[in-house]
Design a protein around this ligand. Structure first.
Ligand code: 5GP
Length: 119
């Protein structure tokens, strides 16, 4: 079996990381290299799915929970003055997309996003 992912090691407390929220199956980290004023990672506690395609096929309910948590986190950021509750949800999928951690995770970007583009 491959070694635990960086996210699993943070969840276990083996290396530092800012866990902002946690449910039975999902946790939320602040990205260490933010690309927006709010840049969070929503991550299943299981690392059995490498990417969103595998997750959608294997456990669509868990994918739906990640989307719900992303929405709630963006709303919470808006309540504390960061953004308006709208957000981008990005799943890099495969090395060619820039994915570096093969434990599925959703990037939640919010607050000060440029309008009408992915940039
Ligand atoms: P990917 O490129 O795989 O979609 O995204 C991985 C993300 O994990 C990157 O945005 C990167 O900044 C973030 N990341 C990598 N190592 C750590 C870490 O040790 N702590 C946190 N909080 N984020 C990390």
């Amino acid at each position: 079996m491959s070694s635990p992912s960086i996210f699993t090691r943070i969840l276990a407390g083996d290396i530092p990381g800012e866990i902002l929220h946690e449910t039975e199956r999902v946790f939320v980290l602040r990205d260490i290299a933010p690309k927006a004023p709010v840049h969070l990672l929503v991550i299943p506690k299981t690392e059995q799915y490498a990417n969103v395609v595998e997750l959608a096929a294997g456990d669509p309910g868990l994918l739906a929970e990640m989307v719900e948590v992303a929405n709630a986190m963006a709303a919470a950021a808006a309540s504390s003055g960061q953004g308006d509750g709208d957000f981008r949800l990005i799943f890099n999928t495969g090395e060619g997309s820039g994915q570096t951690v093969f434990h599925v995770h959703a990037h939640v970007l919010a607050g000060g996003l440029s309008e009408g583009s992915l940039g």
